[in-house]
Design a protein around this ligand. Structure first.
Ligand code: 1GP
Length: 241
């Protein structure tokens, strides 16, 4: 059933905050999935995102199948490339890197993905993906060969997000990058949220409940956390239901 986006919109309207745990298929061993997902299930997490900047062929599908065995949470692909598309997930963030000017990540990869996607039942959620400078070079920056927008260019970030909405994108994702030193500044989240009529995702570098709450308070509808759980699973203890 294709109701994942609808649910995000409803939660945003009702100010119910959402949390996605990001699993990088290359870093997650199949035998560790069950234990990891049991912690996810006991936490306030509402979604599982699966993806990474560089992932070997077929790895994603195997990890998604294993995750599915252990949870009822929606599994949403957050793909760095075409080889991460699998019908075994529930939905896909169809990302367009609108902070960058690399045509491959604005439209090229999308065209290349059509044959594969048309053979799946995935709910396709067009998402404007905005990379924000965060203190060090991130994997997205290297792989896509694009520059992030400076945290001080709040107007440019806000205008990029709004342009994404005008283009028909259904979500905006403010991304500081995996393992970012600096998370997306609250002022940026506030301003972008105030300008948008679509839900806002924020991720990158969030490692504490304080930072999570800050992102929510500033206006993030859904926060994505990956590295903090990878590095220390006891972080789940602080996010119990
Ligand atoms: C990265 O926004 C996500 O694409 C999550 O970042 O791994 O730093 O939590 P972290």
């Amino acid at each position: 059933m294709h109701n994942i986006y609808h649910n995000i919109v409803e939660c945003s309207a009702n100010n119910k905050k959402l949390l996605a745990v990001l699993i990088d298929p290359d870093k997650m061993k199949l035998e560790s999935v069950s234990n990891f997902i049991s912690k996810v299930n006991q936490s306030i997490a509402t979604h599982i995102f699966v993806g990474g900047s560089i992932v070997n062929e077929n790895v994603t599908e195997n990890v998604v199948v294993e995750i599915k065995k252990h949870t009822k949470l929606s599994i949403v692909l957050f793909p760095g490339d075409l080889n991460q598309i699998t019908n075994k997930a529930d939905a896909i963030l169809y990302l367009s890197l609108i902070s960058g000017r690399n045509p491959d990540y604005l439209i090229g990869k999308h065209v290349d993905s059509v044959q594969k996607l048309s053979q799946t039942n995935l709910e396709i959620i067009p998402t404007g993906y905005i990379l924000i400078e965060s203190g060090k070079e991130t994997a997205v920056q290297v792989v896509t060969n694009t520059k992030p927008i400076s945290q001080s260019s709040i107007q440019s970030i806000t205008d990029s997000a709004k342009a994404g909405e005008y283009l028909g994108m259904k979500l905006i994702y403010l991304e500081a990058g995996s393992g970012a030193v600096n998370t997306v500044n609250s002022k940026i989240i506030e301003k972008v949220k105030a300008s948008l009529n679509i839900p806002l995702i924020v991720g990158g570098g969030i490692k504490t409940t304080y930072q999570l709450q800050n992102a929510y308070n500033a206006g993030a509808d859904l926060v994505v956390i990956g590295t903090a759980f990878e590095e220390n699973e006891s972080f789940f203890d602080k996010l119990q239901k």
